[in-house]
Design a protein around this ligand. Structure first.
Ligand code: 4AD
Ligand code: MG
Length: 460
């Protein structure tokens, strides 16, 4: 059915014209001789007010029985609204009830519900102001990512979801087996998938395959779902999340950091500009000062500091951290947050981590105990981006793989890229939900993805 979006009616109203709105009832208020209906169609945060006169044919039989959550189609005339807080309203000529929502059972009431409760009704939570807003902001950010990279001549690569390489080497892959294997008893203990004839799993990163295309198309990006069987119950981890991974040939670590900083600023600016109504809601109810926080990031240079200097900073802070700090340990969220929120008070790019705590593909520095890694840390979250310059020297890479106990036979294709026309190249991964979290101020990452998957939780 062709209907008018409330967003258009509210932002650019053609007063006096006939309109059709199809949406869900938020509230009904009866007055003498008519009812006010607040309708939302999801096109924007705002509802539109509908005046339903008692002379409508189904006024007593249906309209006066409408409750929150019912779906209706309203046809009528758009009028200037005499009431405060809205420019226009609809004087209904007809209201068709499409779907009832039994108020005895419909779980969304007018009051505010906790996010924990809403997670239990994942199929209905997008109908709330906050979760609807997150979905719209997420959609806009996804669009802006494509716009940013396409404008700069990057090509999108659809890297595989099923893969036979564990990019991060952290042992967090979900293995893929066939139904037949399961029906015939347990899958083989070595995990060999009978369909592929080798171990296969869900991707933990599209980077290695993106590297293949960067070594042919120059600048590419992949943006898709990523899976990690991490047993993390934190507010920043999901078992299924989306990652954006650009990869560039002929690009060193500085070029990589410049791109990541430019991209983050572009995305924040875009969303502040294009999602004003939803952003104002988050600023008011989710994180006070949110928009100022984003502007602070947009308007200032990120601080770039080496891992060694960051460790010094942590040691001299005099802070008692739950995880003690010393050179060589991985930075924990509490360290990351101290650095970006208190020590530097700006987004921070930490570079040159110890080789021993980073994956095999990162380029070994001249020292040679560190690698050309870079993580971007932001307030409230910690690591939002992880990237590096890749090891382009065949023999050094081979050495790192052997140290890490990686079967070089399985990675011949990856080594070949260093054998035939190798280039210095770099890339990074942006955790898309962490970006949405930072932008919306949502406390828990589970509110930033339509259907969160975490240990013990995957309802629909
Ligand atoms: O730092 P990570 O593990 O880097 C990579 O996977 C590289 N292969 C990326 C690259 O260089 N192309 O992950 C990148 C980002 C992290 O900074 C974080 O924002 C996000 O992905 N991330 C998660 N987000 C939600 N839940 C999880 N379990 C995440 N693990 C990583
Ligand atoms: Mg990382």
């Amino acid at each position: 059915m062709k209907s008018d979006h409330i967003k258009t009616l509210v932002q650019d109203p053609a007063v006096g014209s006939g309109v059709t709105v199809a949406g869900w009832l938020r509230t009904r208020r009866d007055s003498s001789g008519f009812s006010f209906l607040e309708v939302n169609d999801g096109s924007c945060l705002a509802n539109i007010q509908v005046i339903a006169d008692k002379n409508l044919a189904n006024y007593e039989s249906e309209i006066k029985k409408l409750t929150t959550g019912c779906s209706i189609v309203v046809r009528g005339e758009l009028k200037e609204s005499p009431a405060k807080g809205q420019r226009v309203e609809i004087l209904a000529d007809s209201i068709e009830v499409v779907g009832w929502a039994d108020p005895e059972h419909y779980p969304l009431q007018k009051k505010r519900h906790s996010f924990e409760f809403l997670r239990e009704i994942a199929h209905l939570r997008p109908r709330t102001n906050a979760l609807g807003g997150v979905a719209r902001v997420r959609s806009r950010l996804s669009y802006a990512i494509h716009e940013f990279f396409q404008r700069q001549g990057f090509h999108q690569i659809h890297t595989p979801v099923i893969t036979t390489s564990d990019c991060e080497g952290a042992g967090e892959m979900f293995q893929v087996v066939t139904e037949q294997e399961l029906n015939e008893g347990s899958p083989q203990s070595d995990g060999i998938n009978s369909f592929f004839g080798r171990r296969a799993g869900l991707t933990v990163s599209g980077q290695l395959q993106a590297e293949v295309f960067a070594q042919a198309l120059g600048s590419v990006y992949t943006f898709g779902p990523t899976f990690r069987a991490e047993n993390s119950h934190t507010s920043r981890h999901l078992a299924e999340f989306w990652m954006l991974e650009p990869e560039m040939a002929f690009c060193n670590l500085d070029c990589n950091m410049d791109l990541a900083e430019e991209m983050l600023k572009y995305l924040l600016k875009d969303v502040v500009e294009h999602c004003q109504e939803d952003m104002a809601l988050f600023d008011k109810f989710i994180e006070k000062g949110l928009i100022d926080k984003l502007r602070h990031v947009i308007d200032n240079d990120f601080v770039r500091v080496s891992y060694s200097d960051a460790v010094e900073e942590l040691l001299k802070s005099g802070r008692r951290f739950e995880f003690p700090v010393s050179w060589g340990v991985d930075l924990q969220s509490e360290h990351e947050r101290y650095l970006t929120e208190e020590a530097y008070r700006l987004p921070l790019i930490v570079t040159d981590y110890p080789a021993s705590i980073k994956p095999f593909y990162m380029r070994v520095n001249d020292d040679p105990t560190t690698v050309a890694a870079m993580d971007i840390l932001v307030a409230g979250i910690g690591e939002i981006v992880g990237g590096s310059q890749r090891e382009e020297r065949h023999d050094v890479l081979l050495g790192r793989m052997q140290e890490a106990g990686i079967d070089e036979e399985e990675y011949q294709w990856y080594l070949d890229l260093r054998r035939y026309g190798t280039t210095p190249h770099s890339g990074f991964g942006l955790g898309f939900e962490r970006l949405v979290q930072f932008v919306t101020g949502m406390h828990n990452i589970r509110e930033t993805i339509p259907f969160p998957r975490t240990p013990g939780f995957a309802p629909c």
